[in-house]
Design a protein around this ligand. Structure first.
Ligand SMILES: O=P(O)(O)OC[C@H]1O[C@H](O[C@H]2O[C@H](CO)[C@@H](O)[C@H](O)[C@H]2O)[C@H](O)[C@@H](O)[C@@H]1O
Length: 247
């Protein structure tokens, strides 16, 4: 499908925003990513102007997102929708598989010693094996995580992403988070917008497409999103234009 620039946006819509690669540039390690004050200001203003109909929908954990956002308190969906803070501040958790996660973590311990370029991120409900520092291990990392998920026999799946293979409980994704938010105030009844750059965002795009909303893929690569923006700077400009329209 050919994709083009998204239409001018409206403060009446509901905004679902991915973080890494969408609002902030990809960094060498998860811990090296940061949210600058300009972005904090943009997010805070968009949240206010949209009447609170804005959520970050991320692969990161909610606690990690809180760390990035400082004192800014927003609706947040973390770990691909497995955990979600709604507009009223209530926390919802989907499936947890602690025993399986523990077994997989133990199995990965010697692998991390053998390959120091691999980085394991334990997010609580999921385990992400990052190979950005060792891209030649990509196939190995995906194969290994697939095998460990399968062996655990606990309803797990591998979510691929940018230089990462992540084991998570299956059946819940960013599309689930979007659909849950849209059942609640202040999201309910609004046209949904989902902006993302990675494979985990395809679930969000699909849900928004189903609802005839606005799906926006950031950067290159195959996607089911209907519109495209080239990079993080373009996303920030597009969101900033919404605010100019409301001034
Ligand atoms: O859904 P997102 O908000 O885009 O989160 C996706 C993953 O982002 C982080 O990993 C990615 O970004 C890192 C920092 O830029 C980069 O070093 C890594 O290679 C990327 O995969 C985060 O660490 C993951 O937990 C998220 O799932």
């Amino acid at each position: 499908m050919r994709t083009s620039s998204p239409p001018s946006a409206s403060v009446d819509w509901a905004y679902f925003l991915d973080v890494d690669g969408t609002l902030i540039d990809i960094a060498d390690t998860p811990g090296a990513a940061f949210v600058d004050t300009e972005l904090l200001d943009l997010i805070a203003r968009l949240y206010q102007e949209s009447g609170g109909a804005m959520a970050l929908v991320s692969g990161r954990s909610i606690s990690d997102l809180e760390h990035l956002l400082g004192s800014l308190h927003l609706p947040l969906a973390g770990q691909h929708g497995l955990e979600r803070r709604d507009a009223a501040g209530r926390l919802w958790i989907h499936a947890a598989t602690p025993e399986a996660k523990c077994t997989i973590k133990e199995a990965l311990a010697p692998v991390l010693v053998q390959y120091p370029g691999l980085l394991l991120e334990d997010k609580g409900l999921t385990l992400a094996l990052h190979y950005r520092q060792a891209p030649h291990l990509a196939a190995y990392a995906h194969r290994l995580m697939g095998q460990l998920a399968n062996d655990a026999d606990a309803g797990l799946e591998v979510q691929p992403g940018k230089r990462v293979a992540e084991v998570k409980p299956s059946g819940i994704d960013k599309g689930t988070a979007v659909s849950e938010y849209l059942k609640e105030s202040p999201f309910k009844g609004r046209r949904p917008v989902f902006i993302g750059d990675d494979l985990n965002d395809e679930h969000g795009f699909a849900e928004v497409n189903r609802l005839e909303g606005i799906s926006i893929k950031v950067g290159k690569g195959r996607s089911c999103a209907r519109f495209r923006l080239p990079d993080v700077a373009a996303v920030r400009r597009w969101l900033g234009n919404i605010l100019k329209g409301s001034e």
